[in-house]
Design a protein around this ligand. Structure first.
Ligand code: URA
Length: 241
């Protein structure tokens, strides 16, 4: 494995910003192979060198993967003025270049995978890979049999763009509210809302439940997150460490 700078290793592991880390190293808080090192540019082997911060070993991982239950009111895009999905994370996750693998609208809740593994993100987002996403949807009225078939065959959006066939499971419905689960293979802009809008229905609540094999943990309240487990990572096209 390639040697990297000590300050880069610590910042990749979320120990602070590069300048904060430089200060900590200068102060003598960091050791390499059990000797205090005060030079931030010192080169270490992330897999083999024994790096410790304040006496505790720093376990190196190249990439981080989190599942977040996004609350409404928080945006996915990290270049907006609004509070975004990275802003709501603990300090240790703020400096490791996490980004959302796929976006949800500001008013949508549910599963977002946050990672710094760009290749994995590309693999689950690429339309060619046809990764299935499951949404729980509420709309303002029932659907006719014809409308369900239209969604199943591939609805044409108002701008003329045709969606791939989708799958639907109605949970319950009456004249003013229909609750359903929707399975789609794409991630077009505002896709779910636009699919129903083209049928004259308005989405009143939207939550993403799964992306491929990764299912939102029911124990995560909105705004909560956790790292993906080893088993979950086995089901993701993650990059080599
Ligand atoms: N489709 C939408 O319309 N909005 C989302 O947030 C996700 C899918």
């Amino acid at each position: 494995m390639d040697m990297i700078r000590l300050d880069k290793l610590l910042s990749n592991m979320g120990y602070g910003s590069r300048s904060e880390i430089k200060k900590m190293i200068n102060k003598g808080n960091v050791s390499v192979d059990r000797k205090v090192v005060r030079d931030p540019s010192c080169k270490v082997n992330p897999k083999e060198s024994h790096v410790a911060f304040e006496g505790k070993q720093v376990i190196y991982r190249k990439f981080t993967y989190l599942m977040l239950n996004k609350p409404a009111g928080v945006v996915s895009s990290t270049d907006s003025k609004d509070i975004n999905v990275i802003d709501i994370l603990d300090e240790e996750y703020k400096y490791i270049n996490l980004f959302p693998a796929g976006r949800l609208d500001k008013d949508t809740e549910g599963l977002i995978i946050l990672t710094n593994d760009g290749l994995m993100a590309h693999n689950i987002l690429s339309p060619k890979k046809k990764v299935e996403k499951k949404y729980y949807v509420e709309i303002d009225g029932s659907l006719t049999r014809n409308q369900v078939e239209t969604l199943e065959n591939g609805v044409i959006l108002e701008d003329g763009d045709r969606c791939l066939p989708s799958r639907l499971e109605i949970v319950e419905e009456d004249e003013i509210l229909c609750k359903l689960k929707l399975f789609i293979m794409e991630g077009k802009y505002h896709q779910v809302k636009r699919m129903f809008a083209s049928l004259g229905r308005r989405v009143t609540y939207l939550k993403r439940i799964s992306v491929g094999a990764i299912v939102l943990d029911e124990n995560l309240k909105t705004g909560e997150y956790r790292e993906l487990s080893e088993i979950e990572l086995k089901n993701l096209p993650v990059s080599e460490d």
